[in-house]
Design a binder for this molecule. Structure first.
Ligand code: G4F
Length: 355
């Protein structure tokens, strides 16, 4: 007798923070997981390392496939061969600051990449459910706080514009072509796996390095900006819940609580017993041409319909990230004997610094 097929998911952007947490969640739930990987993203496989080492998972239930988001024929072939029940579309150029430097490729991958996926799915005989990881950046400078699913989109960065296009297309394919397609409108969500060019990880890494005498100071942009920061593993669980509901829908995933960048700095340096004011400098290179000053989400719909709620509070997120960076730096020191850390850790820094 043939074994029943395990539920199967495809994750674009599997090597990122959210992709790695989502893989773990789905594998724990018994899914077979296929991941799309950019041909040149080999450096960022680290987040999946534990899964690779588990032979009961890798080779059997976790598979990576190479395809860029502009490679329609390859993506179509992969989807026809793997027949996923659910697609989690997390990939794209996700750095808001960088999007001012590279608006065209941001739109190419974040906006058009989503449309291409939707078009491929449109032609599949058994359409998988589709989740687009949208962003609070679609609200730009909103006229109300907190924002909910009905708040008008007024993006103010190329990234926000690209995400708005992708969000509206996902809605359109749901409403016009009968897709089971959802937008997870995610507010900032962080973890020790966060990329180092985002402000939270940049701060926690610097606080750890400065406390160990391995970095002198931290160069920062705007400290006034306020964000609704949650814990990433909880947000991917929200995404999964959306695709398990009997109706498609768009949902805000947020904590409902906001803090400033300055609050984050203060808290991170306090974890290592330092005063943040003694260790930072504002550097105009990190200021954005247009800044989103304040974002705070209202997660009521996700709570009422999906039973989803963020659990980990701001101080706990900061503390976990700083402690993880202390451990990481200590282990790097043991392995390489290196003792200094650059104050500018952005891989794009050969251009204008955008981290
Ligand atoms: O950490 P950030 O780069 O995150 P941002 O721009 O809010 O975007 C993140 O969250 C979005 C969800 O709302 C996602 F869609 C998006 O993909 C990404 O994950 O910057 C947060 C704030 C900004 O106001 C920025 O101007 O921190 C400010 N900031 C101040 N100094 C800095 C710096 N940001 C960075 N990256 N580096 C700095 O030195």
């Amino acid at each position: 007798m043939q074994e029943p097929r395990t539920p199967t998911a495809m994750i674009t952007g599997i090597t990122g923070q959210d992709g790695s947490y989502l893989s773990e969640l789905l594998l724990d739930k018994g899914y077979t997981v296929h991941g799309l990987v950019r041909r040149n993203s080999s450096t960022s496989r680290k987040r999946l390392e534990d899964l690779f080492h588990d032979k009961t998972i890798y080779d059997k239930r976790l598979f990576l496939h190479y395809a860029d988001l502009d490679d329609t024929t390859t993506i179509r072939r992969i989807l026809i061969n793997t027949l996923p029940d659910e697609i989690y579309h997390l990939a794209g150029q996700s750095h808001v600051g960088a999007s001012f430097e590279i608006p065209e490729s941001t739109c190419e991958f974040t906006a058009m990449g989503t449309l291409r996926l939707l078009e491929i799915i449109r032609d599949l005989p058994n359409r998988p459910k589709f989740l687009h990881a949208s962003s609070s950046e679609i609200f730009g400078r909103p006229d109300r706080s907190p924002q909910n699913e009905e708040t008008p989109m007024r993006p103010v960065s190329p990234y926000g514009v690209a995400k708005t296009f992708a969000t509206q297309m996902t809605k359109l394919y749901c409403e016009s072509f009968g897709f089971f397609a959802c937008n997870a409108i995610c507010y900032n969500h962080e973890s020790p796996r966060r990329g180092e060019s985002f402000v939270t990880r940049k701060i926690t890494r610097a606080a750890a390095a400065i406390s160990l005498g391995r970095q002198d100071h931290l160069l920062m942009g705007s400290l006034d900006a306020r964000r609704d920061w949650g814990y990433a593993p909880e947000y991917v669980e929200g995404m999964w819940r959306m695709l398990q509901h009997d109706q498609p829908g768009d949902y805000i995933l947020a904590t409902g609580v906001e803090h400033s960048v300055e609050d984050f700095l203060r808290e991170a340096f306090a974890v290592v017993g330092l005063r943040w004011k003694n260790h930072y400098q504002v550097d105009a290179r990190y200021l954005r041409p247009a800044e989103v000053c304040e974002l705070r989400g209202d997660p009521s719909k996700a709570s009422e319909v999906l039973g989803w709620k963020s659990q980990t509070n701001f101080n706990e997120i900061v503390a976990r990230m700083v402690r993880s960076d202390l451990d990481l730096l200590a282990s790097q020191e043991r392995h390489s004997g290196s003792s200094r850390v650059s104050s500018e850790m952005d891989p794009t820094q050969s251009r204008r610094v955008t981290s």
